[in-house]
Design a protein around this ligand. Sequence first.
Ligand SMILES: C[S@@+](CC[C@H](N)C(=O)[O-])C[C@H]1O[C@@H](n2cnc3c(N)ncnc32)[C@H](O)[C@@H]1O
Length: 274
Amino acid sequence: MIEVPVTSAFVLSHTGPEVYRGTAARAFLNSLDLSAADSLLVQFQDTWEEECVEILNRKYGVQEYCHGYLSKNPSAQVIQLGGGLDPLTIDLAECYPNARIFDVDMANTALKAEINETVGGPEISFLTANLADVPSLTEVLSNAGWRPDAPTLLISEGISYYVPKEVYRITLSALRTSGGCLVFEYALPDELLVGTPKADIIEDFFTRFSALLDLPFTMQRYADSEVKDLAESMNGEVEEIVTQHQLEFRRTGRNEMRPVPNMGAIRVASIRFA
Ligand SMILES: C[S@@+](CC[C@H](N)C(=O)[O-])C[C@H]1O[C@@H](n2cnc3c(N)ncnc32)[C@H](O)[C@@H]1O
């Protein structure tokens, strides 16, 4: 078993191998020792079920969109932004062997490449880069073979929280390709959750999670209108914004944890570029 840094272990504890289709993606998760997060998990026991449902729903929504796009464009390029130790790119590379896949993060990319090799995973470019530094990010991608003139699926999951909005807009705009798209996962700000069921639990989770990461800035949260503005500024169009209520129904065929349409914080938007 490979020991994983504590915050990655914490994030990965919210999901499981069954979320992925591919053999290597499942083997990747099974080979990780997540025990570093045990003491943290105790601190989050009271909000655990709520966190897990939102994360499983978001993962379902992001994957559903990726599979939809790649089944129609199987040789497209894919860039995952802030992939961490999530094996999503491994899963996609197993399902779409003709796709050219780039997995970018500022940390743990060598470890991810090593684990992928150990489990006999597919070919992926694991790249170390800071998403806030566009010139070096695009240089790293270009050196690895990314072509800005060919359609690219951009995956933004679990990362919109950490990069200041205007900086992230510039990064996403630099990676936008004609015929490509962006799947953008985000959480609504607390003020938009006021009055919705379980809003207090969500607010409490984000407050404690930010403190845990010791972030030097407030977590970035987006209103739907800001996501539409982001799409427009990239000369793109929002195809769909999917709520937790819709995601839970699509994932499980029922609405047990998110029975009310405006419940829950995390949403998944899909944006198309002409
Ligand atoms: C919460 S993890 C999300 C992992 C994965 N995408 C998921 O959804 O499970 C956030 C990741 O973003 C990365 N990250 C944060 N800021 C970054 C930046 N400026 N440049 C590159 N990576 C960054 C972190 O290193 C971490 O791996």
